[in-house]
Write a protein that binds this ligand. Structure first.
Ligand code: FES
Ligand code: FES
Length: 174
């Protein structure tokens, strides 16, 4: 007698993901997106899902330090890469740890209202400032235009990212 494997079981695959410096093994279907695996399998719910179509940027995470829309990437495509989510920012990811410069700047400049878009903006800015620590306000404005916020009007987000860039530069000088 031939044994048949249920379709659901046949399609599962084992993924090894490096998220926030930790290695995770996940058994999942190949069609699942990175954002789904982060939120539902790894319980990293700081990454938000807005449009699921690559438009809003709420799901932005860093993949090898570059901002990526996690709703547009299959989890399988992230194997072998270093993934960072918003949970990695505060004190290197320690729960209840001190906020990083960027988070403090968002708080000081009142750069959020409902906060739904904030994790995406934080990771977008984190990736951008790592690449362009000397960024001008105009460059910051261009970059934040990639993500959608329906509440703040963007000015305070630009001020926060610029404030963070200045604070980081000062720390390096001292
Ligand atoms: S949820 Fe990914 S871009 Fe909107
Ligand atoms: S703070 Fe509400 S969507 Fe940005």
């Amino acid at each position: 007698m031939t044994e048949t494997t249920p379709a659901a079981a046949r399609d599962l695959q084992l993924l090894t993901l490096d998220v926030n410096g930790e290695r995770h093994e996940v058994i999942t279907e190949p069609r699942r997106t990175l954002v789904d695996v982060l939120r539902h399998d790894l319980r990293l719910t700081g990454t938000h899902v807005g449009c699921e179509h690559g438009i809003c940027g709420a799901c932005t995470v860093l993949v090898d330090e570059r901002p990526v829309r996690a709703c547009l990437m299959f989890a399988a495509q992230a194997e072998g890469a270093r993934i960072r989510t918003v949970e990695s920012l505060a004190d290197g990811g320690v729960a209840g740890g001190e906020l990083c410069y960027l988070q403090k700047a968002f708080s000081e400049h009142h750069s959020l209202q409902c906060g739904f878009c904030t994790p995406g903006f934080l990771m977008l800015a984190e990736g951008f400032l790592a690449e362009r620590p000397e960024a001008t306000k105009d460059e910051i404005r261009d970059v934040v235009a990639a993500n959608l916020c329906r509440c703040t009007g963007y000015q305070t987000i630009v001020e926060a990212i610029d404030g963070c860039a200045v604070a980081r530069r000062r720390t390096k000088e001292n």
